[in-house]
Design a protein around this ligand. Structure first.
Ligand SMILES: [Mg+2]
Length: 277
């Protein structure tokens, strides 16, 4: 049996929660495909586990074998009964923070946090390997991140500091993660742990935090609804031998969201088309 490892982002990749239309039958076909015994499925998301579970219900998505959550800082495995922390991943990323957790990191940054008027995000947005703050939009986030990084480096802590904006709330978001806790490293780690190689792995995504995977050696699909800026960057940086841009007109579908995922999987693995029909 030739196995297939399918890893996909959720928001605006598998989930049709963007502006573009979804082909009506696409998610049903996706569910049919991943129900095959050959397929191992991982959802790779910025969401935490409970928010992933919420959208699985809301959009009636197939239950995956793995969830890579919190932008790569957690991996969970479904053991048929409950979701369990994939401890091998925690062990893999823990050395970046010298064995410290996000609570241990707070006092190291306290004075910077005070001066810059940062506030801690809610407890359900924190975890052992994710320390998250709100910051006012007027704060120079580049300078702030440089300053925090220098402080952490002095303690030999390797962190990535990721800034984004919550447009709805008009506030900045700062996530401090172990340097290796990215979607890319998490996908590569799982792939190796599960004994898949590039010939039987496909990743799908749509936006900035998917780019490191999209432009890597992992065979990837950029769904057709991706923002044109992302498409341009991916084309510039990616290797077009292992980056497929969904364009639609596959099984009569438009290439957006799950239709794009299916189109890409069929491109790399033509035999799977018969599992979709
Ligand atoms: Mg997305």
């Amino acid at each position: 049996m030739q196995r297939l490892f399918i890893c996909t982002d959720l928001d605006r990749t598998l989930l049709p929660n963007g502006k573009q239309a979804e082909s009506p039958e696409a998610r049903t076909i996706f569910a049919r495909l991943v129900s095959r015994p050959e397929v191992c499925l991982a959802y790779v998301s910025g969401r935490n586990l409970s928010l992933v579970q919420e959208v699985i219900e809301e959009y009636n998505l197939p239950s995956p074998d793995f969830v890579v959550g919190d932008v790569g800082s957690t991996i969970y495995h479904f053991n048929g009964d409950i979701w369990q922390h994939y401890q091998n991943w925690s062990r893999e990323i823990a050395p970046d923070w010298q064995g410290l957790n996000s609570i241990d990191l707070q006092p190291l940054l306290a004075d910077i946090v005070n001066i810059s008027h940062l506030t801690l995000q809610e407890s359900d947005r924190q975890n052992r390997f994710k320390l998250s703050y709100y910051l006012p939009l007027e704060v120079d986030n580049q300078a702030l991140r440089t300053c925090m990084n220098l402080r952490l480096q002095k303690q030999n802590i390797a962190a990535s500091l990721i800034y984004s904006v919550d447009e709805d709330k008009g506030i900045g978001l700062l996530d401090i993660l172990p340097a290796s806790a990215t979607k890319f490293h998490a996908v590569e780690f799982l792939r190796c742990q599960l004994d898949f190689d590039y010939s039987n792995t496909v990743f799908a995504g749509d936006s900035g935090n998917d780019l490191p995977v999209l432009v890597s050696d992992v065979p990837s699909v950029l769904v057709a609804n991706a923002h044109e800026d992302i498409i341009k960057v991916a084309q510039l940086q990616g290797n077009m031998n292992n980056l497929y841009l969904a364009k639609g007109d596959f099984l009569g579908m438009n290439g957006n969201y799950s239709a794009g995922i299916l189109e890409g999987i069929a491109y790399y693995h033509p035999h799977t088309k018969q599992w979709m029909e």
